[in-house]
Design a protein. Sequence first.
Lengths: 229, 400
Amino acid sequence: MGVEGGANMNYLTTSNSSEPFTNYDGMKGWNIGIPIGYRFFDWLTLQTAPTYIQKNYDIVRTGFFTGVYQKNYNTYLSLPVSLRFSFGGKELRGFVDLGGYAAYWASGRIKGVEANILNEDDTAYETVNPTGILGENYGYSYNQSYTFNSTKDNRLELGLIGGLGVSYEFRQTYTFYVEGRYFRAMTDQEKHYEISQAPRYNDNFGVILGATVEVKKIVSTLFKKHSRS
Amino acid sequence: MKKAILVWAMGAVVLLAGCRKTISSTPEATSYPGDNYPDIFQSFWNGMNTNYVFWGIDTTNWDNMYTVYKPKFDQLTIFDSAHEALAEQYFQQMTQGLIDSHYTLEFMLTGNGFSPSEYRKLQTDPNYFTDSAFPAAVLDSLIPAKYIDRSSLHIGTDTVDLEGSSEPFTAVSGTINGNILYLYFSAFAFSQAGANTTPVFDYFFTTLRSGIPALKGIIIDLRGNGGGEVSDLDVLVGQLTTAQYTFGYTRYKNGVNRLDYTPWAPAVVKPWVGGSVNVTEPVVVLADHLSVSMSEITTMAIKNLPNGNGKFIGTRTWGANGPLASSVYFDGGQFTIGSAAFGPSGYMFVYTSSSMFKYINGDIYEGVGVPPDIYARETNAAYLAGDDLVVDAALKYIGQ
């Protein structure tokens, strides 16, 4: 077992073709987890890592509507289960992770600016061609907790994990690794509550640094020392 | 063993990778060809699904409308008058329960229109529009002749453009009993005031700023006012206060699914940039069942004046509170379908709010109207007897 953490880039994959001048952009986040594994063979480890992970994305309006946006900060408590296939030398090894995960959407925060229709810029009266919507309506800036809607929000996310990395094993007890990991949500972020609903999936790409210690070896070392004394 | 695990793992990946739903690209309602009835139905249904801003509170089962009416539109094979009559009937049936009280369907092939809120009001009360003497008769004769001090009377009518149609724009101002300031106007179109109505507004605002000795109150008469430009909120109410305040909230769509909304943004009145007065005397707003949209928003704004001196006297208003703008502004609201086949005006124009309004107390009056603080309604009998019962109620409240 050990500890791992890193940075990620999350994208919300959806359809917004009927929203003109609107982009869904990726956003950075971070994650931290506690990896626990059981090594069946040198080349195969079953592992899990209860993880706190952010899956953020940004809704950005463009053109005349530039300045209007909403950053969505979403926190998930994730429980991945994967198989690690290792290959290479004794100390420096490559590995591939394959598995799945279940995650609970624990909280959300939204931060943004929206044009406020009932807060007009009074001087726009005399402005012939405002250069943007925020020249007509004052923007309303917000930074608040996201209120979940039980009809709409699907707080249980299931998905796949794929990872590729290298590890360094020190004294056959300590392992340090760096990994590129992809979390692909297979479940919609929204419940199915209407016909013709546009699904929304998180796609999360991360770089993770981790360190583990082989508990079995530590215990047996301690046990040997204890026996000698 | 090694091979078996690898095969199993790869198989699981492939299996799960196929589990995502297809993300189809739903086009804007305006992008459909619209050259046949099934296509028009699809674009209308999708346009409503995406652009209608009240799905969070409207009880209409829109999925059920798809199930019931799609087969009916599939039966309409050609454009002719019989099929068109059926199509319009179906669209009306689909929308007659919608709470958006701005909502109107305009059928461009026939020139017909349909307003669900008007339909429901007439179902409830066939005399909804005819049993009131207001506004024309009362304003043409009663108020100027009986209530307004003759020396202060200012009255005028211009023609203004309200959403593409020319409308008469009438305004009346003056004092009552020398110490109450009165203003009536038929629509929110201050920026279009012409030679005849500008002096009416100038008198009201100049008198407001210069002060009336022993001013006892202000009456703003919005009865029969069909609404208009949002910018007039600060021009009018913003001159009655020197402090910015919040009187409600608006929210918009921010996604293509029905329940994708922005947070609530405060609806504010700001002191007018041209000057304002800290009015402490009672400000009475008169509104009625024919007060719509901006006149309802203004009524709620006056009720919440910071000095607590606003009062609404009249009857429950129409119930169209969600402000409108072009759909591109707020990712929701009005849209046209069938433009590719029928030209820029399309087959049908769907007039609907861009935003949902919530009053400061948390109530949403869309579809139900703003209730008065003090009920008063003009009647034909009172009019013929030379009385405006609503102005009388206002004068009584102010203490005349």
